[in-house]
Write a protein of this length. Sequence first.
Length: 755
Amino acid sequence: MNKVFTQAVFILMCLLLCGIVNAQSLIYYNAFSKGESTWGNYDDATSNARIEGGKYILTHKLHSSTVMAPEIKVDYSRNFAIQTVLTPVGGQSRYAAGITFFGKDYSNLYYFGIAAGQFLVGKFENGANVTLVNWTPSAAIATGNAPNKLRVEKLESSIKFYINDTLVKEIPLLPPFGSKFGPVVMEQQSVAFDYMKLAYLADPSVQTATVEPISKSIIETAYHTDFTKDDANQWVLAPADSLTTTITDGHFKMVRIARSGYNVSVTAPTLKVDMKRDYLVETEAIHYGGAQNFGYGLEFAGDENRVYHFWIGCTGYYYIGYNDQKGYYTILAWTYSDAIKKGDLVKNKLGILHKNGQLNFYINDQLVTSHPEIEFTGYRFGFGVCANQNVGFKYLTFGYTDKAPAPQVITQNDVTPPEIYITSPEVTRGLKVVQNSDVLHVAGIAKDASGIFSVVVNGIQAAVDKAGNFTVDVPMAIGDNPLMVMATDMNMNKGTYSFHIVRNNISAATQATIQQSAAQGKYYALLIGVQDYKDQTIPSLEGPVSDATTLLKSLTGNYTFAPENVTALNNATREQFFHALDDLSNKIKPEDNLLIFYAGHGYYDEAHLQGYWYPADAVLKRRDTWISNADLIDYITAIKSKHTLLISDACFSGSIFKTRGIDIAPKDIQELYKLPSRKAMTSGAMKEVPDKSVFIEYLVKRLNQNTDNFLPAEQLFASFKAAVINNSPNGQVPQFGEIREAGDEGGDFIFIRKQ
């Protein structure tokens, strides 16, 4: 399986927590993936254990036994089963290893074990070992170092024992000691356990309403896997810091341990499906654990530029959207549905049915929403998971629900790309055209014998008719705008056409209007550099004070920041910081503009999901001495400026955003100045940044190099973002975006050069 791309998660994906349903078929499941299991590694004089390669390897060192048995709440009035797959990996081969069940503690439990082609059932009662079923040979056991599946079923009046799905013994029901279940290893041997599963069995007396499965509409199956093994699509990805994937117990498992971000795993590029036909893509998903308020589910219509999502959350909500290299886009915001089975350890079937020009989205065979057909650029599909969640998928099916069209007379080995002709604007390849508008209307025609699948201009999907005529509106930034048109034919061959558009700077009349508006207000700045900390456990820094001073010189020397309106605080305490904000709150008027800059230590508290700055008098172990994002947002909201821009050069400073940072082309400057704004620019997302700031170096460099009279903060940010990424020692990615719920109305902070 190939990974398309991984992005930092957008916090707006967070859902309201809802109640959890009680009825669950799966009671407990652990596949021993990285970050998933709470059993952990250990080593002592008696035994040791480790998680390795999606297995739990348990070793007993002495002439006795080792049991790992967590407490699992089970309704003993119901029928249930415990199951695992075990493989001997070293040591003695004639002693038992298997499953313990109905346990109270290590001295009171039952066990079902195998060794050397035989099985036995026994119990420990008050520490004494009692045999219930003596060693019995069975042809169902795979000998040597082969894996064996063991299963114990509790029924109304009996217990059944299975080896590799073969019933080997049935005995009367045993009185339980307690609710501990798990693996057991006896004597001096090492055994690897693939997973541990405990589930209720179906109750034949319970009648449930049947829903017609949408999978019956499939006429022709283009792809199907039940994840009994890794097929040619190579679903299992290379282990990463945030994600581990395995195929275990007939499920494709994705385990994320990071609190932010998401990962995608989709079909191999060699598998091509026709998404112009009527089709169904379907899976069954299960949420094993982790965050309850983030999405997981189906990915579809993916290529190297874009992927679409159909996600559900444990709290009963679903979401439809897509993302590309620039950001996230919502088609349908998080919506509640009774069709979703909520909570952990439940199964939800997800399906996307494309039919008659509509996309129909199903959850557990119930239609939850429909959407007009989308012009896709890709044909890959699979799975995605956000944040720190452990999820699994039972199968993946892509099937056509219509009859195959008559074959076209096309060479089977067609590798010819489509031809592209631009009819508007009038261009020749590579020629620069000058225009004044902030939006360019692009029209043309793409031709290929096989037909045109899609046309994309600068990542924006164009409207295309059956003849290949396409149109699209593309935003234009001031200055040079390179454009690339990419057309894809029905055989997935791609052709490109490139040209340039130069957008003129704003007119003199517009400049005069902005100058007049800006003249009504003042430009204030609060610049804070903290590098010397009173708490000796907080490391001192070298650069923040000089960074703040460098920025001060640029603002007062090149831009309309009067020196008397700029406050510089070196090594400010928490009281001094808030006193300065209070002073600005009383001083700033609605027509004024405010820039706040902070350089110093930052911290992100995962337990409280909150970011902080450390003032000079911060105490490392006392949160009440720090400055939180919530404190900053409260003050920024209360200061009634026209525009407020927060610039933070600190570790984990990206946590100020309630959504991800954005990169979009600058809008018309006059309109940007009209609308109030509350924006933030940070040196990184959720990682540490170096003391010698690459961020402030390029920020000030671009401010000093700028020759435009009016420089929007968004345009400033775009001018140096790549330089920071390419020149930082740890690959830090600066962020820019609005501060949510602080009064932003879509405008931008405009730096005005001195005349």
